[in-house]
Design a protein around this ligand. Structure first.
Ligand code: XMP
Length: 327
């Protein structure tokens, strides 16, 4: 039987009970596969790798070694949440690498989006590989592969996600406990494993993170403005009950300035663009109508709380012709 093919008879995991049964089955299968050997996992904090981590912690505890690489392009509070949930609450064997300087130094002056993606993906593999080489006796590599990754392995995700696995590293085998599941099933399993909703119901976040939202050549000051404005947007969408109703939303900071005025002085400040979209499959999207008062509150907060910003715009463009991300 092709282990990468979902059997027609496999029931869709839609309830906590079905999730519990799946977890029990996978816990047994993982124990059987790895015995007393060690397993390595790149834990990004995204839904898939987080669910795999929680499942493997349940199955093999400290035999799982998680490596979380902070590439400096995470959203505000994301790496902190990974540490809080996995190290503090689940007592995981977690190695945290703050590689911010390394990534930002490599990206300095690089403006072309696909080059930025390649640098981020490539550097990620190198950092992960360096850490893996320092560890002794790792036999297996775990991955958060899900069924759409298998179905679309030539498709959108492969096109976007440059990088991937350390190719020349030898492992006895791969551990991919959720590879036959669809995203909604992974979320149900994650909840049954006790992961917080903010982690499990997270909107999609591109591998290169804020790197493709800080347009052109990334600078630390604009990256800071991007991270802070994004955090305000998320907080206010949450307050307005929009999280979960809008498929993906984020801010973008372009690489040009616009004229602002403060204390009678004209200043060159950045615009911040709000992007919010609804879609089924990310191939086409529409732009939701957001309540004026919500947009006004977000605008006022960004203008008063984020340094170097003088203007907030709402992107009204559907896909096609505009892609969801700005680059
Ligand atoms: P676009 O911008 O192509 O985005 O309309 C469609 C979906 O893909 C996400 N996206 C990425 N995801 N690596 C990823 O893992 C990437 O380089 C990347 N670029 C875009 C985007 O956030 C949206 O959900």
């Amino acid at each position: 039987m092709d282990s990468n093919k979902r059997p027609d008879t496999m029931e869709r995991i839609t309830t906590p009970e079905l999730a519990e049964a799946f977890i029990a089955e996978q816990v047994a299968a993982v124990r059987e596969q790895v015995g007393d050997k060690k397993v390595l996992l790149a834990l990004s904090g995204g839904v898939d790798s987080s669910v795999v981590a929680a499942l493997l912690i349940k199955a093999i505890g400290k035999q799982l070694v998680c490596v979380h690489v902070n590439h400096g392009l995470m959203r505000k509070g994301e790496s902190e949440q990974v540490i809080e949930v996995f190290k503090n609450q689940l007592d995981a064997n977690l190695i945290y690498i703050d590689a911010t300087d390394r990534f930002l130094d490599k990206l300095a002056g690089v403006a072309a989006p696909e080059t930025k993606r390649k640098i981020i993906g490539g550097e990620f593999v190198r950092v992960f590989e360096e850490e893996a080489r320092k560890l002794e006796g790792i036999s297996f590599l775990a991955q958060g592969t899900i069924y759409p990754d298998i179905l679309e392995s030539d498709g959108v995700k492969a096109h976007h996600n440059v990088g991937g696995l350390p190719e020349d590293m030898q492992f006895e085998g791969l551990v991919e406990p959720v590879k036959l599941l669809f995203k909604d099933e992974v979320r149900v399993v994650g909840k049954a494993l006790g992961l917080p909703a903010s982690m499990v119901d997270r909107q999609p976040f591109p591998g290169p993170g804020l790197g493709v939202r800080c347009l052109g050549a990334i600078t630390r000051d604009r990256l800071h403005a991007l991270r802070e404005s994004d955090a305000i947007l998320r907080e206010e969408f949450d307050n307005a009950g929009l999280t979960g109703k809008v498929w993906q939303f984020f801010t973008v900071v372009p690489d040009f300035t616009s004229t602002g005025v403060k204390d009678g002085k004209r200043l060159d400040y950045w615009p911040v663009i709000i992007r919010a979209v609804n879609t089924v499959d990310a191939m086409a999207c529409t732009v939701p109508e957001i309540d004026w008062a919500v947009l006004q509150k977000i605008t006022n907060r960004i203008l008063s709380e984020v340094d170097g910003v003088c203007r907030v715009c709402y992107d009204m463009s559907p896909k096609p012709i505009a892609t969801i991300e700005w680059e």
